[in-house]
Design a protein around this ligand. Structure first.
Ligand code: PLP
Length: 494
């Protein structure tokens, strides 16, 4: 959700009647408070996590991740089974990926979505079976395509006409057949931040379904004629014609992804309807039966009290009903369906622990012109471990973790230690009046798009990822970066 600018306090944030409470919209059952009020993760007290691994620290609950992965898979399988259709659930690794996480996803029966050669390298190192991996990206290099084909990935999702041509050439050179899905643009503007909405026309992803866009690919008239494509066709139709004409491509079907952190079902339904209808037209046009369709991910999670996430069963049931009714309407058998949830599996599984440093009050004017005090609480991380507030104006919640947050609560802003005034971790929150340097804060729902987007800005070393599971000691699955790691690439006065 976009924050409200220049506001003392947004309406959605209310004074906490019970500041120790962990809202189930934001906090999964792995996170709880012990009898003294200290936060625990899968039964381990945060003070012991901090003692062993320091702060900032990403804590990632293996128990929650596995439970959510299994739940999403079961929900989609059951919902589509009711309509006689089969489903694959791909975990979108871009949201959070380590070799351990890739294996957990595989063990829970999910396939794995990768978005670059690097993510693919990680999946390969984890030993994920090639057939269960998808490779995405709007600008795959020849080397990335060759690596994916050599490893035998289950699908490459092609994003443009030049990419279809490149995949065909590389596959021919390698003497293999490339399984390809075409990413298309259903023209739905999802209600989310512009930078994570990905299905309207004026952005970089996908291939247009709009008639008359085929010419935009810049192929010669002779080339179009040879493929049987006219100027009235859509760009995606040209891509499909090219893929079908190549002996080195096995065109599996179509893919779309309308964006991320979306709560309403409407956008998903419209996109499904458009893409299924278009696939039916393609089938008729080229006298083929494309067997698969992938409707992407993007299901929203709870970051703060203002969010209203829906359960996986509800999402799956709605999508299955929409897909079934569109297929009935156009007279097509339901194809094999795939989905790519990322954030909704990894996001609620992780939290970040920070240590409080300096605390400073500033005087501000509220919306009525009255003078107010805002308390700035600085922590030992910031935009280098969580760039989402800066990138997307994202709101987060926070709680005092090392002890019970009792007594009077003050409106506060949690900020990082970077050399940027925009380095805000939590824009609006209540924290105890007696908060002091050395206290530990926990920020929930940081499992997705935090660790994977972290940087060394201001030469801060990146935090470790500590995994927890019920009944098992906590252990680092990614160790803390050292200054030596960080400086190792600097070649000095050469
Ligand atoms: N699939 C594709 C193609 C994406 O680009 C993304 C995210 O941007 C996802 C899946 C995962 O989205 P989310 O993490 O919101 O579920």
């Amino acid at each position: 959700m976009a924050h409200q600018v220049a506001l003392y306090k947004p309406e959605w944030l209310t004074y906490p009647q019970n500041p120790a409470e962990l809202s189930p919209v934001i906090w999964m059952p792995s996170f709880a408070r012990d009898a003294q009020g200290e936060l625990t993760v899968d039964g381990t007290a945060v003070s012991s996590l901090v003692e062993e691994f320091g702060t900032p620290q990403y804590v990632f609950s293996e128990s929650t991740f596995r439970a959510r992965a299994a739940e999403f898979r079961a929900a989609f399988e059951q919902a589509f089974e009711a309509h006689g259709a089969e489903v694959s659930v791909y975990y979108a690794g871009k949201s959070f990926l380590t070799t351990a996480v890739a294996k957990w996803a595989e063990e829970e029966g999910l396939c794995l979505d990768t978005a670059s050669g690097g993510e693919l390298a990680l999946a390969m190192r984890a030993g994920v079976a090639g057939g269960k991996i998808a490779l995405h990206g709007n600008n795959k290099s020849e080397a990335e395509i060759a690596r994916a084909l050599t490893y035998g990935v289950g699908r490459l999702v092609a994003d443009s006409v030049p990419e279809v041509q490149l995949i065909a050439r590389v596959a021919t050179e390698l003497g293999v057949t490339a399984p390809v899905m075409l990413r298309v643009t259903p023209g739905v503007h999802a209600s989310t931040h512009d930078f994570i909405a990905t299905a309207h026309e004026d952005q970089k992803f996908g291939q247009s379904l709009v008639p008359g866009t085929a010419a935009l690919a810049g192929l010669s008239q002779a080339e179009l004629d040879q493929l049987g494509v006219t100027a009235d066709d859509a760009y995606a139709t040209l891509a499909a014609a090219l893929a079908l004409a190549s002996e080195s491509i096995d065109l599996r079907g179509l893919h779309c992804h309308i964006g991320s952190q979306i709560f309403e079902a409407e956008g998903f339904g419209k996109a499904a309807e458009k893409v299924l209808t278009y696939m039916h037209q393609l089938n008729e046009r080229f006298d083929v039966v494309l067997p698969e369709i992938d409707l992407g991910g993007g299901y929203g999670i709870g970051y703060t009290e203002q969010d209203t996430p829906r359960g996986s069963a509800e999402i799956a049931r709605e999508l299955a009903a929409m897909v079934a009714s569109t297929c009935r309407a156009v007279g097509m058998a339901i194809p094999h369906l795939s989905f790519e949830p990322g954030r909704s599996i990894s996001g609620p599984s992780g939290i970040t622990l920070y240590t409080v440093g300096t605390i400073k009050n500033v005087s501000i004017e509220d919306e009525n012109g009255d003078t107010r005090v805002r308390r700035y609480v600085s922590v030992d991380g910031g935009m280098s471990d969580n760039p989402r507030p800066v990138l997307y104006e994202s709101d987060y919640a926070v709680t005092l973790a090392n002890r019970a947050p009792a007594g009077e609560q003050l409106l506060s802003r949690v900020v990082g230690k970077h050399c940027e005034s925009g380095d805000i971790v939590i824009r609006y929150c209540y924290l105890p009046a007696d908060l002091t340097a050395g206290d530990v804060l926990a920020v929930p729902a940081t499992g997705a798009y935090n660790h994977v987007m972290s940087s060394n800005y201001n030469y801060l070393t990146r935090p470790p990822v500590v995994a927890t599971s019920q009944g098992k000691p906590a252990r680092a699955i990614v160790r803390r970066e050292t200054e030596e790691d960080m400086l190792a690439r600097d070649l000095g006065l050469v």
